[in-house]
Design a protein around this ligand. Structure first.
Ligand code: NAG
Ligand code: NAG
Ligand code: NAG
Ligand code: NAG
Ligand code: NAG
Ligand code: NAG
Ligand code: NAG
Ligand code: NAG
Ligand code: NAG
Ligand code: NAG
Ligand code: NAG
Length: 737
């Protein structure tokens, strides 16, 4: 196989140390009168990054680059003149600011080797290095006119964006060094068009594919969500035509980067202050299955099988010999022609058995999907595909919608966690199952998928391209239409009076922290939950509206959806989606109903809550600290999917300066001092977890003749090596110790 040993090819990076023995002076900026000479380096104010001249090991070439200042092994994260090296013998090269205000790298003969080439209005500029690693050129007014973050090499640092702008044609990609000593271009990291996918290319051919972005992760990266360091976001701005991917970091409390190696391995590296070395929590491709198209068209890769490749059910190797030799690149072909492709004038149509779909789960969906925007349930997706002979497979991804494939299924991989359900069209005779069995399988899997057609986030909804013209470039542009935040509504007070029967007591669902909640029904029959806020502190209308709009943009399958609001006179009302199964506490703490929650359901609820919190803390663009996470704030939809409610309410309701700066509040957990942080949320989540496992409230429990609260009770059992006894009696049978 093509794949080299990934760890080795990556680690060799670190032998590349900048040669700085000649450098003696550290400076903090470059100005027209003070260029950076070879014997100097530019250092960021917090001494984290350093920029200067370096010569790679054994090479004749000299470059200007930037690296971590005090780390050994260090790491070069950016190179200015990767394509136009200076001779290493050149002792008088300088990085200067020219008369046009641009940064210029000039060699000993005063030739310009590299330049920033921007138009600067004032003739005075200065260049400096930030502690985040950005090398910026600023004009007289301290306005940034150029930034190295806009011109990445092979490394993405926190808060740096890569992606593309379809308006300007700008592509900001990572391109690896050619080899460990030569930073000129080789592999690069890129996006495909629609839906956005992450790609590694080797020259012009795909080398690795991250799969479509599902609004919080890439489908082809099953471990992405579970990583603590996943402050990843993919932001699309349809008006600007931009798609950018970035990793957020509030501050420089940890050093991390992602980069692409000469061998084509994309990896995340984090500096471990404990062992004073780089650790690599993630790298891809990490095995042959990750390499694009290893198993060829209609082949499926599973890295834990041997051999790793097999044909999809109903397909056979195109060439048995090659396949058995372990050369799978030519893939598989159908065992039998599809009935929809048969020439029906020869076979009486009554004898033609309809094609069926083979179901595969936990899949990395194949490449070259088409997105059908006008279909928003799995049944519609299936029938669309069934009724169109060109459709070879479909998959309904809740957070995206209906994906169909009309081209050969390539780069199809099976995971042991995460992944999506994919249905592949095969001829009837091929599946080796009786009709009855097939029917049961398709029905049960479809039922399993049918929830939450409406949870598709409208904000980032991908638009279908005009069917037929699938040139990716055009498709992408077509999709970048202004999208609907329009489902978000301003309700009139009278319509809400009508919907809730004048806030009738029989409609009351509960009393939340900020006011009562009522069930309501709109004219069109849609059910809503109406939260009537108690008369508030003297917060301004504008602030209130701004906060609501901000919060309404937080959309995730595990957050209760804010549908709109109403402000009239003294009334301030929030309108949410209505969830039929009420809150988690109504099951958990009800001696009869708690039996309906078996361990599987509870575990799914736990995962859902965690996923919602991860979104609020790491993946949304406004950070929200939930101040009151508890069982009564976890609502359940008709399929028992958990949705966090009341997030952001404190923010909407109070809107004080302190809260506006919530994401700046970091540090220790001070529960009684009223300072809330991610840590206090994680703590509350822990308490909630214990409640879900034990089915007990965090109140007094009686044990060994003593009263304990839930936490000390759990600790007590744990200390006595009796942890499994924590399990609720109703789940001991379904929950393995
Ligand atoms: C430099 O290259 C030589 C030969 O290529 C090698 O033996 C040596 O280990 C390298 N040194 C470093 C620091 O990479
Ligand atoms: C650095 O080198 C320049 C010439 O390239 C020389 O003028 C300057 O004095 C040197 N500075 C230091 C601190 O050695
Ligand atoms: C920059 O502007 C100042 C005053 O505006 C002028 O004196 C100076 O000559 C200019 N410098 C260059 C290099 O154009
Ligand atoms: C500088 O930019 C202009 C226009 O953007 C372009 O025509 C020119 O070739 C660039 N020069 C260099 C040296 O890149
Ligand atoms: C700098 O600021 C001054 C006054 O604030 C303004 O007149 C001038 O246009 C600005 N220059 C640039 C290059 O932005
Ligand atoms: C960065 O965040 C960490 C914890 O998240 C905190 O301990 C540290 O003080 C912060 N540093 C700065 C400079 O804000
Ligand atoms: C695998 O098969 C393809 C197509 O038949 C051929 O081009 C390629 O060289 C083969 N690779 C190996 C390693 O044998
Ligand atoms: C279908 O079969 C009929 C009769 O054998 C033949 O005339 C016709 O050309 C065939 N059509 C196609 C599309 O192959
Ligand atoms: C059938 O599917 C293909 C591929 O997706 C598409 O180009 C074609 O327009 C579809 N035909 C109909 C009738 O929907
Ligand atoms: C959840 O709600 C649905 C619809 O209201 C209902 O059919 C189902 O029984 C409820 N689930 C449980 C476990 O009560
Ligand atoms: C749990 O209950 C104990 C005792 O009632 C209380 O001290 C503690 O603060 C509670 N913890 C949480 C997270 O509610």
């Amino acid at each position: 196989m093509r794949l080299m040993t990934p760890w080795c090819s990556f680690l060799v990076f670190f032998f590349l140390l900048p040669v700085r023995d000649i450098a003696s002076g550290a400076v903090h900026n470059i100005t027209p009168s003070e260029p950076l000479c070879q014997n100097q380096t530019l250092v960021s104010s917090g001494q984290i990054f350093e920029l200067g001249f370096f010569t790679s090991n054994g090479s004749e070439n000299q470059y200007v680059g930037r690296w971590y200042k005090n780390l050994t092994p260090s790491r070069i994260v950016w190179v200015a003149n990767r394509d136009s090296p200076l001779a290493s013998a050149d002792q008088s090269a300088k990085l200067t600011i020219g008369s046009d205000g641009n940064l210029k790298l000039v060699d000993g003969q005063q030739n310009i080797v590299w330049s920033t080439n921007v138009s600067v209005k004032s003739n005075y500029t200065a260049a400096m290095l930030s502690d985040g690693g950005n090398f910026v050129l600023k004009d007289k007014n301290s306005t940034e006119v150029w930034a190295s973050f806009d011109d990445p090499t092979d490394t993405i640092l926190p808060n740096m964006k890569i992606g593309l702008n379809t308006r300007t044609g700008e592509r900001r990609v990572l391109v690896s060094w050619k080899n460990d000593n030569d930073p000129s271009k080789f592999h690069h990291w890129d996006y495909s068009e629609t839906p956005p996918q992450l790609f590694t290319w080797n020259g012009r051919s795909s080398y690795w594919r991250g799969g479509p972005w599902d609004k919080s992760t890439f489908i082809g990266i099953p471990d992405m969500d579970s990583s603590y360091y996943s402050g990843y976001t993919l932001q699309q701005d349809p008006q600007q035509g931009t798609t950018y991917f970035s990793c957020a970091s509030d501050n420089n409390s940890y050093l991390a980067y992602a980069s692409i190696s000469p061998g084509g391995i994309l990896a995340i590296m984090i500096w471990d202050y404990g062992s004073n070395s780089w650790s690599k929590p993630w790298a891809s491709p990490s095995n042959s299955c990750g390499v694009y198209g290893t198993c060829g068209p209609f082949g499926v890769c599973n890295s834990i099988n041997s051999p790793i490749c097999r044909c999809i059910k109903g397909f056979m190797p195109r060439s048995k010999e090659e396949w058995n030799r372990g050369n799978w690149t030519r893939g598989c072909i159908r065992e039998a022609e599809l009935s929809c492709q048969k020439n029906t004038s020869r076979t009486p149509s009554t004898q033609v058995k309809k094609d069926v779909f083979v179901h595969m789960n936990q899949m990395k969906v194949p490449d070259s999907a088409e997105y059908l925007s006008d279909i928003n349930d799995v049944g519609g997706c299936q029938s669309q595909c069934m009724n169109n002979c060109s459709c070879l497979a479909y998959s309904y991804v809740h957070t995206i919608g209906c994906l169909v494939w009309a081209k050969d299924l390539i780069d199809f991989q099976e995971f042991s966690t995460a992944g999506q359900d994919v249905y592949i069209r095969v001829a009837h005779d091929n599946t080796g199952m009786s009709t009855v069995a097939k029917l049961i399988i398709s029905i049960s899997t479809i039922l399993g998928l049918m929830f939450e057609g409406t949870a598709i986030f409208s904000l980032w909804k991908w638009r279908a391209s005009k069917r037929g013209e699938m040139s990716p470039g055009n498709a992408w542009k077509d999709q970048l239409k202004q999208d609907e935040a329009s489902e978000f509504t301003l309700f009139s007070f009278s319509s809400l009076l009508l919907a809730t029967n004048n806030f009738d007591a029989t409609n009351k669902l509960g009393q939340g922290g900020f006011g009562p909640v009522y069930k309501g029904m709109l004219n069109d029959g849609k059910e809503i939950a109406v939260k009537r806020l108690s008369s508030s502190s003297g917060q301004g209308m504008e602030e209130f509206k701004n906060e609501i709009v901000l919060i309404s943009k937080l959309q995730h399958r595990n957050l209760v959806r804010l549908k709109g609001f109403c402000i009239e006179g003294e009334e301030k009302i929030l309108v949410y989606e209505y969830l039929s199964n009420k809150s988690l506490d109504s099951f958990l703490f009800d001696s009869k109903r708690k039996a309906e929650l078996n361990w599987d359901t509870r575990f799914r609820i736990i995962q859902g809550i965690a996923s919602g919190l991860l979104y609020l803390h790491r993946n949304s663009y406004v950070r929200v600290i939930h101040r009151d996470l508890k069982a009564s704030n976890i609502l359940l939809d008709e399929k028992m999917n958990p949705k966090i409610s009341d997030f952001g309410l404190a923010r909407i309701f109070e809107g004080t300066q302190a809260l506006l700066n919530t994401h700046k509040v970091v540090g220790t957990l001070i529960r009684h001092g009223g300072i809330f942080s991610e840590k206090s949320v994680v703590y509350s989540f822990g308490v909630l977890l214990l409640e879900i496992i034990t089915g007990e409230k965090n109140t007094s429990l009686y044990y060994h003749g003593q009263h304990f609260n839930l936490l000390s009770y759990a600790w007590q059992l744990w200390s006595e090596d009796r942890g499994p006894n924590l399990r609720d009696e109703d789940i001991v049978n379904t929950c393995p110790p």
